[in-house]
Ligand binder design. Structure first.
Ligand code: DOR
Ligand code: ZN
Ligand code: ZN
Length: 446
């Protein structure tokens, strides 16, 4: 038998250990892990010269845009950015144009994506107006629901707790996750209106509106409904000490909840926001140092389940405005997340085990992405080869993403994804995309 590919001379992360071995890959799957002498004949052999091989990263929070917002990013550039960053699977957020919130919009989005994606993509849906459609959307293959609490985007009235309760009950019975952006419009609207009325249009005003209190209040409001419905809530991009504490309290009480945080909330503080300006404006915003310290602590204690980039590309021109209220919020993150984390491995703040847990194992487990998240025989051959000794400077002008800016532009990092394989196919090598569009798979639930 001649198989597709053998990766020789690797140090691979297998069963929580880094072991010297070779990896045989056939028909998109890991066929065998073992000594070189035990590898079958293969069409192609690549000598990885002792580089580290990790399970491909899974980024559960990505705005790929496309369709009506393709001028910011499209399936091709967004998934190229993922591949460049060592990420082999992304979950696409639904705040698109049109909003992904029905069988039709989901089906069309998948169809367009199919021909363009370079890594695997699963899709979130916002809630439909008609609750009967919830099950149909899941049957169509949505991986999870997303609930944006800061503005009415989907069909579910975010001010109506009873409506949320009814929807959560259905989702809970289907054993599907609801990922939430926990900033409640009703909680911050009055402050926002007052500040706007008095012409407060700067970053300080934005920070007053998007306060810690808003995050905490929303987390508690949703935990309360989750408790009554048993739904699995996944809290996106946690950014505050007490927001995280509310989640930890919920976990301690036995609730099935998970949460994520982002590199920008971990590595940056409000000083960076003040210094760099609205270019790094995100929602929720980056905050005072004690919040990022609490988030790091949450990572150490295992309270933070998942790291995700919240890759939110915009045009550069949209990132500046006379008024902070007109700035598009969000920053790209697919190409900086892994290098930043590997740099922390070098510095001793994280271990490789932490990186794999936070960005491969836990995302796969939480969102039930079967056959992904770890290197073992039979799993999909999604993997990233990293060079831990490669030092370089982040240069946003070289991004694959259309959004060629970053809060981390100019940062020196150590550790680089040098090859990305998706389903056994080499997609990225030394920063270059070497595969055809359409090489990635659409991931459907179930
Ligand atoms: O910073 C953000 N950007 N926060 C959001 O909630 C939306 C996102 C986007 O779509 O740009
Ligand atoms: Zn969000
Ligand atoms: Zn987001």
């Amino acid at each position: 038998m001649i198989i597709d590919l053998v990766l020789s001379n690797t140090k691979a992360y297998i069963n929580n250990e880094i072991v010297g071995c070779s990896l045989a890959i056939n028909e998109g799957k890991i066929f065998r892990i073992g000594k070189e002498a035990n590898m079958p004949k293969a069409e192609t052999r690549i000598d990885l010269k002792n580089l580290l091989v990790l399970p491909g990263l899974i980024d559960v929070h990505v705005h790929l845009r496309d369709e009506g917002k393709a001028y910011k990013e499209d399936f091709c550039t967004g998934t190229a950015a993922a591949a460049a960053g060592g990420i082999t699977t992304v979950l696409d957020m639904p705040n698109n144009n049109p909003v992904t919130m029905s069988v039709e919009t989901l089906r069309r989005r998948m169809k367009i994506a199919e021909r363009k994606i370079l890594v695997n993509v699963g899709f979130y849906s916002e809630f439909p107006k008609n609750k009967k459609e919830i099950e149909e959307i899941i049957r169509e293959g949505a991986v999870a629901f997303k609930l944006f609490m800061a503005e009415q985007i989907g069909g579910l009235n975010i001010d109506d707790d009873h409506g949320l309760f009814e929807a959560f009950k259905i989702v809970s019975s289907l054993k599907v996750i609801v990922a939430v952006h926990a900033e409640d419009k009703t909680t911050f609207k009055r402050t926002e209106d007052e500040l706007k009325r008095d012409n407060h249009n700067d970053i300080e005003a934005f920070l007053k509106v998007h306060s810690e209190r808003v995050e905490v209040t929303t987390v508690k409001r949703l935990l309360n409904i989750a408790e009554q419905t048993n739904v699995h809530i996944h809290f996106c991009h946690m950014s505050t000490k007490n927001g995280l504490k509310a989640i930890v309290d919920g976990k301690k009480s036995g609730m099935t909840i998970t949460c994520e945080t982002t590199p920008h909330h971990l590595f940056l503080s409000v000083d960076d926001l003040r210094q760099t300006g609205t270019l790094v404006l995100t929602m929720p915003p980056i905050r005072e140092k004690h919040h990022s310290i609490a988030l790091w602590n949450g990572i150490r204690n295992g309270w933070v389940d998942v790291l995700a980039s919240d890759h939110a590309p915009h045009m550069l021109s949209e990132k500046k405005a006379d008024s902070v209220w007109n700035v598009k919020v969000g920053v790209p993150g697919l190409e900086t997340t892994l290098p930043l984390l590997l740099t922390e491995v070098k510095r001793g703040r994280l271990s490789i085990t932490d990186v794999v847990r936070l960005m491969s194992e836990k995302p796969a487990e939480t969102f039930e992405l079967k056959g992904r998240g770890c290197l073992k025989e039979g799993n999909n051959a999604d993997l990233v080869v990293v060079d831990l000794d490669r030092e370089y400077r982040i240069d946003a002008s070289k991004f694959q993403s259309k959004a060629k800016f970053s809060p981390f532009d100019g940062w020196n990092v150590e550790g680089k994804p040098v090859k990305t394989f998706v389903g056994g196919r080499l997609i990225m090598s030394e920063g270059e995309i070497v595969a055809e569009e359409g090489s990635g798979d659409i991931i459907r639930r179930g």
